[in-house]
Design a protein around this ligand. Structure first.
Ligand SMILES: C[S@@+](CC[C@H](N)C(=O)[O-])C[C@H]1O[C@@H](n2cnc3c(N)ncnc32)[C@H](O)[C@@H]1O
Length: 385
């Protein structure tokens, strides 16, 4: 496919997203009917589509319309790319720009320029103050790919050397001693032998930094109450000489990949339908807005509404209360989100402490995209003896 044909494909996919189809599904459906598209074409089309979703409002403003064609035009203008080189009318390319299209479009203003719904721009300001703008703007960009070196199988220097043999170059990152930022070959990681042999896992650097803050050591009774795909459970097990870490999730199907992931990593994870207290440490990595990770999952910012957020806040408080009851005397409760909204973070901890006596905050950190990874929040609470 030519670069222009990729833009035309993205225009058509953005139209189906506008009609209500999730971006992943729209891309899969397109790929099924586009046997002529090679892996580089698919990757380029995907990048265009996700760039538009990240910049849904500003691309419409700059392109002067809500449709796929206007949004791709606006995206290119925002990226400083001359659209005339792509809107050529050649075979499979978008038709040349009309006079109206050339005249349309204006610089985005306010929340439009932050690429957030108005109500969320207000929440960003309330939560982040002077860091609100840079955080919102960071979420308009693609995220870096990070690996976690699995210390049960390797060390950072050896893992980097193995990856390099397979054409994947990396560099360390100051946020976590196990983190490697992929500088070349990100798309090859999942089929590399270093990955297959469990030397590295795909995991955001801030997600690693969150588990680094947990007071873990071999022999502790540890429960990951919202284990999901197990990214943090595996990282915790690696810091405990392999585990075991008890894993639980309200939706056990979300843990279906865990046995294979644990085997690859050399970690021991024990699924528990009903947690058996007391635990020395319970992590609740609660369901949240995902606002810290909207570079990776940008549809979330357009889908979330105030009622949805209120529902999440209720579930988070319930999980905190449930998990507190699982911690033994002198034990720890760790609360984590990949959110930058204070209602889901510090305010949730304040609410918990106003409901329950006998807990004190041992550690609290908010990671922002400006630190290099996703936005994450972690609080470690210690229960009185
Ligand atoms: C943020 S994800 C967990 C991500 C995971 N810890 C990781 O690092 O890969 C939140 C998880 O909480 C689960 N969940 C939602 N409500 C829950 C509840 N009431 N109790 C336990 N788990 C719940 C969801 O199914 C989801 O898998």
């Amino acid at each position: 496919m030519t670069p222009a044909a990729r833009v035309q494909a993205a225009i058509e996919i953005v139209e189906t997203i506008r009609a209500g189809q999730p971006a992943e599904k729209a891309l899969t459906n397109w790929a099924r009917g586009a046997r002529y598209a090679g892996s580089k074409d698919r990757a380029a089309v995907r990048d265009h589509v996700f760039d538009v979703v990240r910049r849904w409002r500003s691309s419409a403003a700059l392109g002067g319309g809500e449709g796929g064609r206007a949004r791709l035009l606006g995206l290119l203008r925002g990226q400083g790319v001359d659209p005339d080189g792509l809107f050529t009318g050649a075979s499979h390319a978008p038709a040349p720009l009309t006079r109206e299209e050339r005249a349309a479009g204006s610089a985005p203003t306010g929340a439009e320029g932050w690429d957030l719904p108005d109500w969320l721009a207000d929440r960003f300001r309330d939560s982040l103050g002077s860091a609100a703008e840079e955080t919102a703007l960071a979420l308009r960009h693609r995220a870096d790919v990070f690996l976690r070196v699995n210390l049960l199988r390797s060390d950072p220097a050896s893992a980097r050397a193995r990856l390099k043999e397979e054409g994947i170059t990396t560099e360390p990152h100051p946020l976590s001693p196990t983190a490697l930022r992929v500088t070349k070959g990100a798309r090859a990681v999942a089929r590399s032998t270093a990955f297959a042999e469990g030397l590295v896992e795909l995991q955001d650097v801030a997600s690693q930094a969150v588990t680094d803050l947990l007071p873990l050591r071999p022999g502790l009774r540890v429960l990951d109450y919202c284990a999901g795909g197990g990214g943090k459970a595996l990282a915790m097990a690696a810091r405990m000489g392999g585990g075991p870490v008890a894993v639980h999730d309200a939706d056990p199907a979300r843990m279906s990949d865990l046995p294979a992931r644990a085997a690859r990593a050399g970690a021991r994870l024990s699924p528990v339908a009903r947690p058996e207290p007391p635990y020395d440490l319970v992590l609740c990595d609660v369901p949240c807005s995902g606002s810290g990770a909207w570079r990776r999952a940008p549809e979330g910012k357009w889908r979330l509404d105030p009622d949805g957020l209120a529902g999440l806040l209720r579930v988070q408080a319930e999980i905190l209360d449930t998990c507190a009851a699982l911690v033994g005397p002198g034990g720890r409760l760790a609360y984590a989100t990949c959110s930058v909204l204070s209602q889901e973070n510090a305010q949730q901890i304040d609410g918990f402490r106003s409901r329950r006596a006998g807990w004190h905050v041992e550690d609290q950190r908010q990671f922002l995209p400006s630190d290099g990874g996703d936005g994450f929040f972690i609080t470690v609470l210690k229960r009185a003896d």
